[in-house]
Design a protein around this ligand. Sequence first.
Ligand code: NAD
Length: 292
Amino acid sequence: MAERITGHTELIGLMAYPIRHSSSPAMHNEAFAYLGLDYAYLAFEVDNSTLEDAVKGLRALKMVGSNVSMPNKTVVHKYLDELSPAAELCGAVNTIVNENGKLTGHITDGIGYMQSLKDYDIDVIGKKMTIAGAGGAATAIEIQAALDGVKEMSIFNIKDKFWDNAVETVKKINEQTDCKATLYDLADLDALKREIDDSYLFANATGVGMKPLEGKAVIPDTSFLRPDLIVTDTVYSPAETELLRMAKEVGCKCMNGFGMMLFQGAAAFKLWTGKEMPIEHMKEVLGIKYED
Ligand code: NAD
């Protein structure tokens, strides 16, 4: 590292709180070193109270850009000059790109999910998917899937504080893309079974399956699944959630959240450097497997 950093090294940041646990610095710095690119990626503890100053700092220091995570994703747009179409539709930003002082906000979580499907030979374009979730991860996936050409989408969520967000997302998808989206209450198990039965892919994009909801799933039992259904989970800790355990039992092709994590990073990496992240190398180094 001491040899790698010079007076020319360009800086990319990550602004979030808490953030010390993040695997993004290891991922990006490994990719820079592997490709011999003169960048360094550092995590900064930034919350809503210091975000504006941090973005001013990014401009002043002529940083290449930054990732943004919680609690800043839905706030940072106020301090940027432009938003990508997906970031605009999601109302969230996870990547800032600085082009000669013009700051553009992007959201790469949905791109990451769609790209990980492609990488695992899953083609949902022109088909129907059912997805559980209305939070940050779910909204990014739903918007990107609709923009990319998923034909029909059934969205399920519990009637919690995220419900209104789901209503908004469905409205935007139906008004601004060619995808037909419908919202259902996750408590309506008849509708959930019917919509999954009619879908090519079922995605969990809620926090159900990870702590404190580890061991739980958004479907009650394996009768909701069939062997030719694709089942994905945004959760990657644990690598095999209860949903994926059930899906494997039935014989479904499964994908955990590692692919989304890797490819959201790869999409940001491309925006900053113009280069492809060395995906196979990163999978090896990070020990990433889509199925546990
Ligand atoms: P969020 O807090 O924005 O949204 C939480 C979602 O979970 C909402 O839809 C909420 O209604 C739902 N939910 C909460 N408790 C529930 C319950 N008891 N039953 C049913 N639904 C419930 O969170 P987020 O940022 O969208 O993250 C959701 C999951 O996706 C997390 O597990 C997170 O780790 C994962 N994630 C993965 C990646 C990745 O790169 N793989 C990226 C972001 C998030």
